[in-house]
Ligand binder design. Structure first.
Ligand SMILES: [Zn+2]
Length: 82
């Protein structure tokens, strides 16, 4: 079984399955972009976008740089956040 980040385990614990799926779907619209150009799914990076803080960047692990880098959080569609 795939190991989930702590944030996701917490969500699974507190949310009904449908709500968890909704949060996951919303977060899946986002990605993180490393300064090196590598992007990854925000959800897979352990992020949760449901209760957005408005923080445009986050410290996340980049497999290309092989270290934690300050990555930009952005919508995959390129549509600016409302
Ligand atoms: Zn990188």
């Amino acid at each position: 079984m795939k190991k989930h980040p702590a944030e996701h385990r917490f969500l699974r614990f507190v949310l009904p399955a449908k709500a968890f799926a909704a949060v996951k779907a919303g977060t899946k619209e986002w990605e993180t972009a490393c300064p090196c150009g590598h992007t990854q799914d925000y959800w897979d990076a352990g992020g949760v976008r449901a209760w957005a803080s408005g923080t445009p960047t986050r410290l996340a692990f980049c497999p290309v740089c092989n270290k934690n880098t300050l990555q930009q959080v952005r919508r995959k569609t390129g549509v600016p956040e409302a």
